[in-house]
Design a protein around this ligand. Structure first.
Ligand code: ADP
Ligand code: MG
Length: 702
């Protein structure tokens, strides 16, 4: 088999045998030369800079020193053997310590040797030292010893290191490949784009990103490679969107009929907010356009998205089509079911609920009703996308809290009718614009940026665990006034059993402090059966219990207006958007609501920042932005499918400018050459083809 240079399997590189090749694949997903060449260094050491020993501070950054070994000796026995040396320059001295590689180093690290030391200084017992520094003999007369490069640092893993593939080892392999790579790295952008943006060539960038001569070259190189990544993610998204607009016909819903009118004039218990009206208008326009709608509806918790969705479903009904809502959990699906039934109580519309725990007989009845078209609105969980669910004519599908659904699952909804239904994706996790552009670049976006009137803002307070008694006192006071309270514990997958233990201990403590018959307590957590969960949730919803002790299973969508206090235990362990979601559970009724963040006395800086952000603002978009800055985009759910995780060097937060540019250029390109077939765009076409082969097809998303 003949490979192009970049497609050459990594084991064909000199110095990479089968064992190392295997590690490259398993540890870093590096299969080919090309994969390794886009395994970029994560930082560079400026080896042109040296410091004097007297200039060193305990500031944790790496330093490079030229000095002479004043003394060296091996101390300790057997397992604790280490090599300890004294390094001296004309300003002071410093201790060097090696625990590993002593056998190899002891002949080089000898008194009198002139050397270059590179490492991270720290103080131990009041003395400055460097543990495991890089050591190199220095000959001032030898030109090969001249250091005029920015030295690349690659991240590695323990397993790779054990086979000599630490940063230095990886850099050697990269160099070996680059030695043969001249003229084998083809351009992936058109000459037009390169000229227009004054970019360095792809080949030059790939060489220079690994071994840049200076900061200036590194900066240009980095910009070029970031552009490449962002351009191709945007090109893919913009292409999908254009394809959808041009090619995918949608049902035309022009009519407004009795369903919507009856609801609007007879059943709607309040006035719509201006934002709700605007969004409904946007959706109606899409639905009447003849093209399939794929719209993202963003709105903070409690902004009234469900109502918007309902009114759009009624439009579908007026035009003779069925609708569905898909929710990520049974509790949420059930909640939607209840809400809709409440709204539709006087209208003759058959709404059903289908989830994993729907009984067989009921299920059969629902499946028949759906196929016959008697059931107009179907609400459910993943159960909705199973093949056995056959709609008579699905015209509109709502996906709630979409970040929990994968793209593939969304795609299955498309296939539920001959012509794909209009799709409205609702999310209560506000997403900063840059991110929305990248993840949902193929969707149109509507935003409800206004809460229904009369909402009191939630007072947010922070207490250390040591103040628990005060918090309990406050809770009792609130209960006396007839309020209900959530107490939420973290549930993070890796430590589920431990978390459950915390939850149980917390529950026990609350039961002790809030005894019957004055207080009734519910508890819900992920390991309970659905039936039990619903029973417990139901008691709280009906006001039969005062306190709901729960894990984050109650995070999304639950609506109990009388619950006005949210106590979040171990708040330091929650992410910002989670905290925000939880806070959104209260402040839904007429009473002043409170969100109480409990944390241990000592928390990390990041946690401190999250808590401070929560105290400062209740604006979901600001919080999302802060979250993105703190955690980076890699942690946002649903991102794997977006192509963002393919970004090696670009960062959608930091590189917002390049991202916007890249999107603009992608749009211009597709406007001028929709199929990417003109000769001047050959390089782009080739790259897409090559990437499709590498990663599987770009496929249809959303
Ligand atoms: P979201 O799904 O965006 O979190 P919901 O649709 O659950 O919000 O709405 C939250 C609450 O506000 C519900 O009780 C709903 O009935 C109510 N609501 C929605 N729109 C309005 C409005 N325009 N005026 C008053 N209350 C509203
Ligand atoms: Mg909701």
């Amino acid at each position: 088999m003949i490979h192009s240079f970049l497609e050459t399997p990594i084991e064909y590189c000199k110095g990479v045998g089968p064992v190392r090749a295997d590690l490259f694949k398993k540890e870093l997903s590096i299969f080919t030369f090309g994969d390794l060449l886009i395994y970029y260094p994560f930082r560079y050491i400026d080896k042109t800079k040296f410091v004097k020993i007297s200039e060193i501070h305990d500031d944790n950054s790496y330093v490079q020193i030229i000095g002479r070994i004043a003394s060296a000796s091996i101390v300790g026995v057997r397992r604790s053997t280490r090599l300890v040396a004294e390094l001296r320059d004309d300003t002071g001295d410093l201790e060097l310590i090696w625990f590993n590689g002593v056998k190899w180093l002891k002949d080089k690290v000898i008194a009198g040797a002139l050397c270059i030391i590179y490492g991270k200084p720290s103080y131990f017992n009041g003395k400055l030292n460097i543990t495991h520094p890089e050591f190199e003999l220095y000959n001032p007369l030898d030109p090969a010893s001249a250091h005029n490069l920015l030295y690349p640092y690659y991240s590695s893993t323990e397993k790779l290191k054990s086979r000599g593939l630490d940063s230095k080892g990886i850099s050697k392999i990269v160099r070996a490949i680059l030695n043969d790579a001249s003229e084998k790295i083809s351009e992936i952008l058109s000459g037009d784009i390169i000229r227009k943006l004054n970019l360095v060539s792809r080949e030059e960038s790939i060489f220079n990103i690994h071994f840049p001569e200076n900061e200036r070259i590194l900066a240009r190189t980095t910009a070029r490679l970031k552009f490449d990544e962002l351009f191709y993610t945007q090109l893919r998204l913009v292409k999908l969107k254009l394809y959808r607009i041009q090619k995918i016909k949608g049902h035309v819903f022009e009519k407004v009929g009795d369903y919507l009118n009856d609801f609007y004039f007879k059943a709607l218990p309040f006035e719509l907010t201006d934002a709700q009206k605007r969004v409904i208008k946007e959706i109606r326009k899409d639905m009447a356009s003849g093209t399939q709608m794929n719209r993202l509806l963003q709105g903070d918790v409690g902004s009234g998205k469900t109502l918007v969705a309902l009114m759009c479903m009624l439009i579908a009904l007026d035009n003779g089509f069925q609708s569905c809502i898909m929710a990520p959990t049974e509790i949420l699906a059930f909640q939607h079911y209840k809400t809709l039934n409440k709204f539709l109580v006087n209208l003759d519309i058959k709404v059903e609920l289908l989830t994993g725990s729907t009984k067989a007989a009921k299920r059969r009845e629902i499946l028949e009703g759906i196929q016959a078209g008697e059931i107009k609105i179907l609400i459910g969980t993943h159960a909705l996308i199973e093949d056995v669910v056959v709609f008579n004519n699905l015209g509109f599908a709502v996906i709630d809290e979409q970040h929990r659904f994968g793209v593939a699952q969304r795609a299955r909804l498309w296939k539920k009718s001959d012509m794909p239904p209009h799709i409205l994706v609702m999310t209560a996790t506000p997403i900063p614009r840059t991110l929305a552009m990248t993840i949902y670049g193929d969707l149109d976006v509507s935003v409800i940026d206004e809460l229904p009137p009369g909402r009191k803002s939630v007072k947010t307070l922070h207490f250390k665990d040591s103040n628990r008694l005060r918090v309990f006192g406050f809770m009792k006071e609130q209960i006396k006034q007839g309020r209900q309270i959530y107490v939420v514990y973290p549930l993070i997958h890796e430590s589920e059993t431990l978390d459950l233990k915390h939850l149980m201990e917390g529950y026990d403590a609350i039961v002790r402090d809030f005894p019957l018959p004055d207080y009734a307590i519910s508890m819900v957590h992920g390991q309970m059966k659905t039936k039990e969960k619903e029973y417990e949730m139901g008691r709280f919803v009906k006001g039969e219990t005062n306190i709901m002790v729960a894990t984050t299973v109650i995070e999304v969508g639950v609506d109990v207006p009388n619950a006005s206090v949210m106590v979040i235990e171990n708040a330091e362990r929650f992410g910002l958007s989670q905290l925000h979601q939880l806070r959104g559970r209260v402040g839904r009724g007429a009473d002043q609501s409170y969100c109480i963040l409990m944390s241990s006395v000592k928390v990390s800086n990041d946690a401190k920042q999250r808590i401070e952000t929560m105290l400062e603002t209740s604006d979901g978009f600001l919080i999302a932005e802060a979250d993105l800055k703190l955690r980076g985009p890699g942690n946002i759910e649903g991102l794997e499918q977006s192509g963002i995780t393919d970004l090696h060097i670009a960062d959608i937060v930091q590189d917002e400018k390049i991202l916007k540019y890249a999107r603009q250029i992608a749009i211009e390109l597709l406007e001028a050459d929709p199929e990417i077939e003109k000769p001047e765009n050959q390089a782009i076409k080739n790259y897409i083809r090559q990437e499709n082969k590498r990663k599987g097809s770009w496929g249809m998303i959303s």
